[in-house]
Design a protein around this ligand. Structure first.
Ligand SMILES: NC(=O)CC[C@H](N)C(=O)O
Length: 370
């Protein structure tokens, strides 16, 4: 294990709040939108989730790093969070299957973090003040210099980020002899979505974010999938257009998170930046169609505008958030298309919502329109 000495570090928020802690990971400076995840496990899956690209993650579990790093517990090939803020940064770990420490992992991947922060106070602060940008530094001590750097960081509102995390080339995933073919638009796709498709007899071709429907359609897939991903859905006219064309061609479509927001946009329903996003593993959601409650894994900072969904004659609400009544799922009337705001692939998280992958196959197999 690399030597690790606790050097001082600073976290400065856009509203001027300052927290002093210890350097974690690489010595350096990083910026991004600060957000928190209330999940009690799954830190490595969170670090590698491409939807967090451009965001500094505050973890609320008191211990981060304590079960080490496992090379298979990833949602993409590299760490995507812009930085980490945690309470206890555990460089020593106690799991036989782990291959390295969080410190080695962060150093290899150039991730700057800060530990020994009172994350309970920080989370309450963000929860009361709303989403904002932040800067972490273990090399700059001058607050004015940090403020100047932070002022130059763009707001997440209006930011297109998917094209920065999407695959550069199309690739295949799963068994070529599988029964169904799914064309997935990669806007920052999580690996566990692909694993869920593979486990259900689907062969997937994953396409770069800016691939047109015409291009994807050449493969003649049985169904289309619009993935999760970072950034503001309303800043993605290219993807909204692709979704519109999939719908116009009457193809089966399933969307998760960003994919859900884009399905709404493609039906003339607006999206908005939330005061605070939903990020955690225990968000209660009601399935209105099946009349049951699911405990869901969530990660989003934008949402579809509820009033516009309710007024729409094109879509129907299928899922509602039981904490704040926000829209968690829709389906398009007369079409084979549905989407959810939360994460049925739930990595990490409870497996209550995995049935949605089965619903997708069912929709393809039985040619179901709603
Ligand atoms: N996980 C996601 O797909 C997130 C979608 C979008 N970037 C948001 O923050 O709301």
């Amino acid at each position: 294990m690399t030597n690790y000495t606790k050097l001082p570090a600073i976290l400065l928020l856009a509203d001027g709040t300052v927290y002093y802690g210890k350097a974690a990971g690489k010595i350096g400076t990083t910026t991004g939108e600060i957000c928190f995840n209330t999940g009690m496990t799954g830190y490595q899956e969170i670090f590698t989730d491409p939807s967090y690209f451009g965001q500094i993650m505050v973890t609320t579990n008191a211990h981060i790093g304590n079960y080490g790093i496992h090379k298979e517990e990833i949602e993409s090939d590299s760490i995507k969070i812009a930085g980490l803020v945690c309470k206890n940064y555990s460089v020593g770990y106690s799991r036989k299957e782990a291959s390295e420490s969080i410190q080695d992992y962060f150093q290899d991947e150039n991730i700057v973090g800060i530990s020994d922060i009172d994350t309970r106070s920080l989370v309450r602060h963000i929860r009361n003040k709303g989403a904002m940008n932040g800067i972490i530094s273990s090399e700059i001590t001058d607050l004015e210099e940090l403020k100047a750097k932070l002022a130059a960081v763009p707001s997440m509102d209006g930011l297109e980020l998917s094209s920065q995390v999407s695959t550069k080339e199309a690739y295949f995933y799963g068994n070529p002899d599988a029964t169904y073919k799914v064309a997935a638009l990669d806007l920052g796709i999580k690996k566990n979505i692909l694993r869920n498709f593979e486990a259900r007899d689907m062969y997937v071709q994953v396409f770069p974010a800016k691939t047109t429907f015409e291009e994807m359609n050449k493969w003649n897939a049985d169904g289309y999938f619009i993935s999760n991903g970072p950034g503001d859905p309303s800043a993605m006219p290219y993807a909204i257009e692709t979704v519109k064309q999939i719908l116009a061609a009457d193809k089966p479509l399933f969307g998760i998170c960003l994919g859900h927001q884009l399905l709404a946009e493609a039906n003339g329903i607006g999206t908005m930046k939330m005061f605070n996003g939903h990020r955690g593993l225990n968000h209660p959601v009601k399935n209105i169609i099946k009349n049951h409650c699911e405990v869901t894994s969530q990660n989003h900072g934008f949402g579809v505008i509820a009033e516009e969904v309710k007024k729409s004659d094109k879509v129907e609400i299928t899922h509602l958030n039981l904490n704040d009544q926000s829209i968690e799922g829709i389906r398009v009337k007369g079409k084979k298309a549905f989407s959810v705001q939360y994460h049925p692939e739930s990595s990490p998280g409870p497996h209550d919502s995995r049935y949605l992958f089965d619903d997708f196959i069912d929709m393809i197999k039985n040619d179901l329109a709603w």
